[in-house]
Design a protein around this ligand. Structure first.
Ligand SMILES: NC(=O)c1ccc[n+]([C@@H]2O[C@H](COP(=O)([O-])OP(=O)(O)OC[C@H]3O[C@@H](n4cnc5c(N)ncnc54)[C@H](O)[C@@H]3O)[C@@H](O)[C@H]2O)c1
Ligand SMILES: [Zn+2]
Length: 349
């Protein structure tokens, strides 16, 4: 069975197709104007790609360090040498790094050519390939240069995930766990623990529906899209400590898992949810085999400083927290509550 989830954005609307062995649908997703395609991928990604016509393949280096303006320049020069024209198409086949870089190259080349995403990581299928955020890093920080550039279509073939390394599964599952506590529209009920009883396709579908609905309501992240950052404020702080050489070795989704535990405990401390709801968070994360404890040797003050600096916390300490009306952004959280929650999780002062 194949599922199609529409992303509703007026004349920029598109479909996300989800299923096992659906790669043969790729040719049909390309714009009718395309005479040739530029396939952008990575060495580790080994799925067979047939665009149903002439194509050139561009292989990006592996890892986060491939997300540079230099990589975008290389791609655009390659597109130009290959004769890629306005009506042609870029096909991104890979994880979030590939779809972010190829998407930004497509947004910029000839002031914008069509892009179709074929995400081959769980992070890509449930998050990165959907919603139109593209971009690269600068030495000064992650994702500082980019564009909103919606794809023409997204093809999530669950079969491509079979070769995914364990830590990449874990990373994706952290985002899936996050989605268990969110709803597409206000007033709906989040699946929580129930999500862990669904099969992989149903889980991916839930995450895609959720992101599609939230992105349709708030394409440029001025409101509801902030909810997708549930668990991310501490996660970003943990990642920053790790990048600075500190005692953190977590993939993004693993850091999100720890961030979800922190968010649940903070919400409990603020009287927004009860102990049962905290346990439900731990149970979902446990089901996915994700970490739930803070790494050892971290200082609450340092984490607090990184969290206050996170661009998504706005001006005061804003956290996305669970509560009686579901997950929502909460402004003006007191530092003492944050520090006490971190201390209860084992952080030093
Ligand atoms: N644009 C967005 O909205 C958005 C959302 C979330 C994350 N991101 C970005 O996505 C990136 C992370 O993406 P990711 O977690 O997919 O990591 P990634 O793209 O680095 O992929 C992880 C590793 O898996 C390999 N790989 C990919 N597909 C494979 C497959 N089928 N089999 C075996 N190996 C495979 C990759 O080559 C890489 O080595 C970050 O840069 C993040 O900023 C963007
Ligand atoms: Zn994330």
């Amino acid at each position: 069975v194949t599922t199609t989830v529409p992303v509703d954005l007026g004349d920029r609307s598109y479909d996300v197709v989800i299923g096992h062995g659906v790669l043969d649908r790729l040719a049909k997703m390309l714009p009718a104007t395309a005479r040739q395609a530029a396939v952008v991928t990575q060495a580790n990604v080994s799925c067979p790609i047939d665009v149903g016509g002439p194509s050139d393949t561009f292989v990006l280096p592996d890892g986060e360090q491939a997300k540079t303006l230099g990589a975008v320049e290389e791609l655009c020069r390659g597109f130009s040498r290959a004769g890629l024209g306005r009506g042609d198409v870029v096909v991104a086949v890979g994880g979030g790094v590939v779809t972010d870089v190829a998407g930004f190259a497509a947004a910029s080349y000839l002031r914008g050519v069509a892009v179709v995403h074929v995400p081959t990581t769980l992070v890509g299928q449930v998050d990165a390939a959907i919603g139109g955020k593209t971009g690269v890093n600068l030495p000064e920080g992650k994702n500082l240069v980019g564009a909103f550039w919606q794809p023409r279509g997204v093809l999530c073939d669950l079969q491509t995930l079979e070769t995914l390394p364990r830590r990449e599964w874990a990373s994706g599952r952290g985002e899936v766990a996050k989605c268990a506590f969110l709803v597409p529209r206000p007033g709906e009920v989040a699946p929580g623990n129930e999500l862990t009883q669904w099969d992989l396709q149903e889980q991916v579908e839930w995450c895609v529906r959720l992101k599609a609905a939230i992105v349709s309501a708030d394409e440029r992240e001025v409101g509801r899209r902030m909810l997708l950052n549930y668990g991310h404020t501490l996660a970003h702080a943990l990642e920053a400590v790790g990048l600075a050489g500190g005692p953190v070795d977590l993939r993004h989704g693993e850091a999100v898992a720890v961030g979800l535990v922190f968010s649940a405990r903070l919400a409990q401390r603020l009287g927004r949810i009860d102990e049962d709801r905290v346990r439900e968070h731990l149970s979902v994360l446990g089901h996915f085999g994700l970490p739930t404890d803070l790494p050892e040797g971290l200082h609450a003050a340092e984490l607090l400083e990184y969290m206050a600096r996170d661009k998504k916390t706005l001006h005061d300490l804003t956290f996305v927290l669970d509560g009686p009306d579901g997950v929502e952004p909460l402004r003006g959280v007191e530092e003492t509550d944050v520090v006490a929650t971190l201390a209860a999780m084992g952080a030093e002062p």
